[in-house]
Design a protein around this ligand. Structure first.
Ligand code: NAP
Length: 285
């Protein structure tokens, strides 16, 4: 029987620890860590994610500033807003909700975020530093996955990890983090040939493709660790990027959908915002 990597339970437990750290920081400095969230346009799913992130901040006693910009916003206007937040000493972390409208240069805007406020781990500089094993905030979803794997003492060193997906916010940083944890890593993507054969060799498989149940249960090796970052709502709740029905008879550990990876993403964002506040307090006290 597989062990469930229960992201919801772990995130709740971490939130309790964060509450105490936020209070300790307030007692020491009189200041509350603040996450600035930027939402451009009116995509309802993005608005929901931003709201959830603001709510998570408040649950642990932090604050969030909500910046909403119209869908016509230009790259220059968004860059100027990010610079303003970079220069605002009350703001400890900046989250630019992905995706921004197509006409905006999202990469340029991500990279405008100051490294010490890049609590969602989206800048090229932060990615490069993380990849090199230097101090940086990790991209929130893969960093949350690493936290979950470590929480359950999932053995990583020497294991063959197959990451399916190579996006900048998920697949690529996930692969680097697993490499840094001494996994042997294969990265698959839409041009990969014989995807099933790669997945069959995985001791650890990470689904990060954005296609419902693309990765079939039959491809997964007995005893593998199964991590599913996907979420696709259905009438019964939702499915991930991996076919998870009956997976508990195959996997050694697996993330449920929902309640696995998702809660760890927001948790990582708020944890890293608090760390940014603690770092700043360390500099100024
Ligand atoms: P993305 O930017 O669309 O990237 C998808 C990746 O999957 C790309 O690298 C793509 O390859 C690859 N891919 C697509 N179809 C494939 C196929 N048939 N075979 C092999 N590879 C294929 O998506 P993303 O932002 O990384 O998100 C991936 C999943 O994670 C989604 O389900 C998303 O909802 C989920 N997610 C969850 C959270 C969370 O908080 N839980 C956060 C972010 C994302 P190419 O590079 O060749 O196009």
């Amino acid at each position: 029987m597989a062990t469930v990597l229960n992201g919801k339970a772990v995130a709740t437990q971490i939130e309790n620890e964060l509450k105490e750290r936020v209070q300790a920081l307030k007692d020491k400095t009189g200041r509350t860590p603040i996450l600035a969230t930027i939402l451009v346009g009116d995509d309802p799913a993005s608005a929901t994610y931003v709201r959830m992130k603001g709510n998570a901040c408040r649950r642990v006693g932090m604050e969030s500033i909500r910046v909403e910009m119209p869908k016509e916003t230009t790259t220059d206007e968004l860059l100027a807003k990010i610079r303003e937040l970079n220069n605002n000493p009350d703001v400890h972390g900046i989250l630019l909700q992905h995706p921004v409208p197509n006409h905006i240069d999202e990469r340029a805007c991500f990279d405008e975020i100051a490294l010490n406020k890049d609590v969602d781990g989206v800048t090229c500089l932060g990615f490069g530093r993380m990849a090199m094993g230097e101090r940086a905030y990790g991209s929130a979803t893969p960093q949350g996955i690493m936290h979950l794997l470590n929480h359950y003492d999932v053995p990583l060193a020497g294991k063959h990890a197959v990451v399916v997906g190579r996006s900048a916010i998920l697949g690529k940083p996930m692969a680097m983090m697993l490499l840094n944890a001494n996994c042997t890593v294969t990265i698959c993507h839409s041009k990969t040939q014989n995807l099933a054969e790669h997945v069959r060799q995985a001791d650890i498989v990470v689904g990060a493709v954005g296609v419902p149940e693309l990765i079939k249960k039959d491809w997964i090796k007995q005893g593998a660790v199964v991590v599913d970052a996907g979420f696709h709502p259905t009438d019964d709740g939702g499915v991930g990027d991996i076919e998870l029905g009956g997976i508990d008879e195959i996997a050694s550990f697996y993330t449920p959908v929902p309640g696995g990876v998702g809660p760890m993403t927001i948790n990582t964002l708020i944890r890293q915002t608090l760390e940014a506040g603690e770092m700043e307090a360390g500099k100024t006290s």
